[in-house]
Write a protein that binds this ligand. Structure first.
Ligand code: 2AM
Ligand code: CA
Length: 295
């Protein structure tokens, strides 16, 4: 057999499909990954922990990340991928990995399961999150919730959609009538005290607070107006990159907890419909709950 195919391509070289757009590739990868994750709920065989008993990883997280990497690289073999399971745990390792990853013109940021603790416990609130950063700019964000079969898609400058319907943040202006989401990452040193202080400050002033355990899904819920705002101290890039673009493209606002514009290195995040944003930032500041050291 000839080693060269009829179009003179060496068969050992990977065949690169170039006709699909970035967003289609992200949607396809998220859908496939999500379907697979759903079939594995309740069947975790190897439950591992990273930094603590609260910081979980399963063979499903690792397998799904591999699946997504292969799907992306099939289309774009020279793109870089920053995935949760490819990075050592801990803020310093994450920052170092991000600094290296930033140098690539095309950077995919992947969380194979956002809400791993929920997945392990069979609490049906988790998702796949895939973002593409082109030359430093968030360009595509896709979040797929396999339990509800909800695909949230955002493209820079083209809006955000859920199953083809344009997404929009809520119009709520009053904190007292707002439903707010937040969360508790496993770090108990900085993140937990800050998030508890924020909770104590904000809970008495709003309609309700939900802490569902998936930063990405909470951001998607801000984008479609199911909650009016969200904050969380202590996140990693893969927890929020795709969700941030969804919120921005739905007419919302995203900053760090001091009110500075979001960057993919931002770890302490506030996202909202824009109307209650200053309230959230000011409340976190008042409660010394920003996660930043006092200036
Ligand atoms: P995960 O399920 O993908 O790990 C909980 O409110 C949020 O914190 C979830 O989005 C969860 O994402 C995230 N999280 C869990 N462990 C984390 C860690 N070590 N660092 C930062 N975020 C984490
Ligand atoms: Ca994860």
């Amino acid at each position: 057999m000839s080693p060269v195919s009829p179009d003179n391509r060496n068969e050992r070289e990977p065949y690169v499909v170039t006709s699909k757009g970035h967003t289609a590739v992200a949607i396809n990868a998220a859908a496939k990954a999500g379907e697979w994750i759903k079939t594995r709920q309740g069947q975790v065989k190897e439950l591992g922990s990273k930094t603590s008993a609260q910081d979980l990883v399963t063979e499903v997280d690792k397998g799904v990340e591999q699946m997504i990497r292969r799907l992306i690289l099939t289309h774009y073999p020279d793109h870089a991928i920053l995935g949760e399971e490819g990075v050592q745990p801990g803020a310093e390792a994450v920052t170092a990995a991000l600094e290296e990853a930033r140098e690539h013109d095309y950077l995919w940021i992947v969380d194979p399961i956002d809400g791993t603790t929920n997945f392990v416990h069979g609490f049906p609130f988790y998702c796949v999150s895939i973002a593409l950063v082109v030359k430093g700019e968030l360009t595509v964000g896709v979040i797929y919730d396999p339990i509800r079969d909800e695909m949230f898609v955002a493209e820079k400058g083209k809006g955000a959609y859920m199953h083809g319907i344009r997404a929009a943040v809520s119009a709520e202006e009053e904190p007292g009538s707002s439903l707010i989401a937040m969360g508790f990452p496993p770090d108990r040193l900085i993140a937990q005290p800050a998030n508890l202080a924020g909770l104590q400050q904000i809970l008495p002033q709003v309609r309700g607070i939900r802490a569902g355990g998936s930063a990405a899904l909470h951001l998607a819920y801000v984008a479609v107006g199911r909650v009016d705002g969200y904050w969380e101290v202590g996140l990693s890039p893969w927890d929020c990159a795709a969700g941030v673009l969804l919120v921005l493209e739905s007419g919302g606002k995203v900053t760090d907890t001091l009110g500075n514009p979001y960057d993919i290195g931002t770890r302490h995040v506030v996202a909202s419909n824009g109307k209650i944003h200053d309230y959230l930032v000011a409340s976190l500041q008042a409660a010394e709950a920003t996660g930043f050291k006092k200036q």
